[in-house]
Design a binder for this molecule. Structure first.
Ligand SMILES: Cc1cc2nc3c(=O)[nH]c(=O)nc-3n(C[C@H](O)[C@H](O)[C@H](O)COP(=O)(O)OP(=O)(O)OC[C@H]3O[C@@H](n4cnc5c(N)ncnc54)[C@H](O)[C@@H]3O)c2cc1C
Length: 332
């Protein structure tokens, strides 16, 4: 067990750049590595990705392993799992952090199986146990109603981390680091999957995941027209509009707006929850928000237990006045 050392981050690439989740993992990985007094490394696997190593160093990596191969152009389990297995077996990191993204959700369990270790998915907090020096992995359980802390005696200790749960470091171009190229060593004959088409989801305005303000509506909004008022407030605050599941199921807003257990996970500075009850399944997607403001006519609604500020009232009366006041304040 002692031969496994250091913290490694699987650094995802999105549109030719390090993905936001990669910088968040590097921020968290840096802290864990410092707590252990060990090295932080990153793995960048893709095609034409060598130039990104410097960026990973700026965000905190001591060493970057680059696997640059045309077969790694798109994520495919065949190629990426094989490459990650090769790198991990070679480097033997004590901890491996992967993003809780569609790629990470596929990669982590497959990799854990091949490496005969465990993976804890969807972590929102990570720390080093001061006594055992093992990784403590905190994740929501029971649909977000409770949090559990897991640890494992197997190495490498693999965890996937939820987007926006960790904060990136400010990039520092003066940081020093080493770049190591590793051959992918892939045999094209063993690749069984092929990406036939990629369909890009069109998002108007700011995406939910990137927004610092989210205005979200629930069943109590009552129809598509009501959501126009939420969209207006989101526009005034330069934020994005979200929804609980019923408005999506009813076709009042597109499915891509859904926040929650089976929707998107957001962690903005401000989450304005309008006419939604705050079910555990909804909160699973927004429990990381820094400030929740709730508008609901039911003073007993669960959302008031989660909210920092709340208004008990009919949203149809409260929201126009609220939007007007925000407009006024922003104009000052
Ligand atoms: C496996 C599973 C996965 C799920 N995944 C998700 C998910 O990802 N996201 C999600 O959101 N849900 C999800 N759900 C559904 C979830 O259980 C709840 O049913 C849903 O979140 C409730 O949505 P809501 O709060 O909008 O509606 P309700 O619970 O019906 O709440 C409506 C609220 O609006 C208030 N209201 C009504 N009229 C007004 C008014 N005029 N002014 C002010 N307030 C008003 C009411 O007081 C009430 O609190 C899932 C369920 C399951 C079983």
């Amino acid at each position: 067990m002692a031969e496994y050392r250091g913290v490694m981050v699987h650094a995802e690439v999105a549109e030719g750049k390090l993905a936001a989740i990669a910088t968040e993992l590097l921020g968290c990985g840096r802290k864990l590595a410092d707590d252990l007094g060990e090295e932080l490394s990153a793995v960048i696997a893709g095609s034409g990705v060598s130039g990104l190593a410097r960026e990973a160093i700026n965000f905190g990596a001591d060493k970057v392993y680059v696997v640059d191969d045309a077969l790694l152009q798109e994520y495919r389990p065949d190629t990426h799992v094989a490459v990650m297995e090769k790198v991990v077996r070679q480097v033997k990191p004590g901890i491996l952090l992967i993003g809780q993204t569609s790629i990470g959700r596929d990669l982590a369990p497959r990799l854990a199986f091949r490496l005969e270790t465990t993976a804890t998915l969807d972590c929102i907090e990570l720390a080093i146990d001061p006594g055992s020096k093992r990784l403590l992995r905190t994740k929501p359980v029971y649909g977000g109603n409770a949090r559990a802390v897991f640890t494992s005696e197997f190495d490498p200790q693999i965890a996937t981390v939820r987007a926006k749960a960790m904060t990136p470091l400010a990039p520092d171009a003066s940081r020093k680091g080493e770049v190591v190229a590793i051959e992918a060593g892939l045999d094209p004959a063993t690749v069984r999957t092929e990406v036939i088409e990629k369909v890009k989801q069109e998002v108007e305005g700011i995406s939910l995941e990137a927004a610092e303000v989210v205005v979200s509506g629930g069943r109590g909004i009552g129809g598509a027209d009501g959501f126009k008022q939420l969209e207006e407030l989101a526009g005034v605050l330069k934020g994005a509009m979200g929804a609980s599941r019923p408005p999506c199921d009813n076709g009042w807003v597109p499915d891509v707006r859904q926040i929650g257990l089976t929707g998107k996970i957001v962690a903005p500075d401000l989450y304005i929850a309008v006419a939604l009850s705050g079910s555990s399944q909804h909160m699973a997607g927004c429990s990381g928000c820094k400030n929740i403001v709730a508008i609901n006519k039911d003073p007993e609604a669960n959302i008031f237990r989660e909210a920092r500020f709340g208004v008990v009232g009919d949203w149809k009366k409260v929201l126009p006045a609220f939007t007007e006041k925000v407009r006024e304040l922003l104009a000052e």
